[in-house]
Design a binder for this molecule. Structure first.
Ligand code: GZL
Length: 307
C-alpha cells in the first residue's frame, strides 16, 4: 500500500488514497463557482479524497483552514490565496510538517519559493495586456481623449494587481487614453454596480469601462442602464473571465470584448498533486491556456461552453 507518511500525511481515506486539503477563496463570482465545481469533480475522478473549505474571501479563514489540514496530516494542501501577501508563516508550518503545497489560480508574493511546489493558474498581466490591446486597436483612428473607468478586483489580490498593471502598460503608449477613475468592486456584481453608480454620478463623460471580471461588469451594466445609457454603445465595456453570463452579455452586445480566464483548473491540479505526493519533480509554474472573445465569437462559442 502507498506510504503516505513519506509526505508527512496520514489522514483518513484509506492508506493509499491521497488526501488533499483545499482552501477556496469564497463564492464571490461565477468564475469561482465554476472553479470550485472543477476542483470537486476532478478530485472525484482522480480518486483523491478532497477536504474543501470556503473562506468567504477572508485571509484569516484560509490560514485557519490550512492549519487544520496540517493538523489532520493531509498528504497535500492546495489553495487559491485571496491576497498576495501574508502567507509565509503558515506556509512554513506546512513545510515543517512535510506537507507539500500547490498554489492554484492566484499567486503569493513570498520571496521563498520553496514554500510551494508549483503555481497553476493564468498569467493575469497577459490578460490585462490583451484587454489594453483591444482598446488600442478599437481607437486606433481616433485622436480624441478616451475616458476610462476601471473596476478593480479584490484589493491586494494577484489578479487585481496584475490585470491593472498589464492594462496600463499597454494603454500608456498613447496619452489619449485616460483612466479617470479606478476603484475595487471586490469581484462581485453588487459592488461592481455600486461603484459604477458612483463613477456615473461623478464623471459626466465615460467612454470605456474596464472591469477585472465579468461579474463586476454585469453589475456595472445594471448601473449604466439605470442611468439611461446603453452599455456596449454609449460606454464600451471590456471584462475578464468569459463565464456564461458574461458571454451572454457579450453576444447581446452589452459587453464589447472579454479576455478569457479559465476556471477549469481541476484536472491539472489533481495530476500535479499525484506527482507532488510521489515526490516527483513538477514545473514551478503551469500557465493556463486561454483566449479572447469578440461579440461574434461569443455567439459561436456560447452553445458549447462548459461554464
Ligand atoms: C482569476 C480569479 C478571479 C476571477 C474572478 O483567476 O482569481 O477571482 O477573475 C474571481 O471572477 O472572483
Amino acid at each position: 500500500d502507498g506510504d503516505s507518511s513519506a509526505s508527512g500525511g496520514s489522514a483518513g481515506g484509506g492508506d493509499d488514497k491521497i488526501v488533499m486539503g483545499f482552501s477556496q477563496v469564497g463564492a464571490e463570482s461565477g468564475w469561482r463557482t465554476a472553479n470550485t465545481k472543477s476542483v470537486q469533480e476532478s478530485a472525484k475522478e482522480a480518486g483523491i479524497d478532497l477536504k474543501f473549505s470556503d473562506a468567504q474571501q477572508k485571509q484569516e479563514n484560509q490560514i485557519k483552514a490550512i492549519r487544520s489540514y496540517i493538523q489532520q496530516k493531509v498528504d497535500v494542501i492546495a489553495f487559491s490565496p485571496v491576497v498576495e501577501s501574508g502567507w509565509d508563516t503558515v506556509l512554513k508550518e506546512a513545510q515543517n510538517a512535510k506537507i507539500p503545497v500547490i498554489l492554484t489560480d492566484r499567486a503569493v508574493d513570498s520571496k521563498d519559493t520553496s514554500l510551494y511546489k508549483t503555481f497553476l493558474g493564468s498569467d493575469f498581466v497577459e490578460e490585462g495586456k490583451k484587454a489594453g490591446q483591444w482598446l488600442v486597436d478599437e481607437y486606433k483612428d481616433s485622436k480624441d481623449t478616451v475616458n476610462i473607468v476601471e473596476l478593480q478586483g479584490t484589493t491586494g489580490s494577484a489578479p487585481a494587481n496584475d490585470r491593472k498593471a498589464g492594462f496600463s502598460e499597454i494603454i500608456s503608449a498613447d496619452p489619449k487614453f485616460k483612466v479617470i477613475a479606478s476603484q475595487s468592486g471586490d469581484f462581485t456584481r453588487a459592488k461592481g454596480k455600486e461603484v459604477m453608480e458612483a463613477f456615473l454620478k461623478s464623471n459626466p463623460k465615460i467612454d470605456v469601462l474596464y472591469a477585472h471580471n465579468d461579474d463586476m461588469g454585469l453589475g456595472a451594466i445594471e448601473a449604466i442602464e439605470g442611468a439611461g445609457k446603453v452599455p456596449g454603445k454609449d460606454i464600451k465595456i471590456i471584462t475578464v473571465d468569459a463565464v456564461h453570463d458574461g458571454m451572454q452579455a457579450l453576444a447581446d452586445g452589452k459587453i464589447n470584448y472579454i479576455v478569457e480566464c479559465s476556471p477549469l483548473l481541476g484536472p491539472q491540479l489533481m495530476d500535479l498533486a499525484k506527482k507532488v505526493v510521489k515526490g516527483e519533480q513538477v514545473p514551478p509554474r503551469v500557465v493556463t491556456e486561454e483566449t479572447t472573445f469578440t461579440q461574434e465569437q461569443a455567439k459561436e462559442a456560447l452553445p458549447n461552453r462548459k461554464y
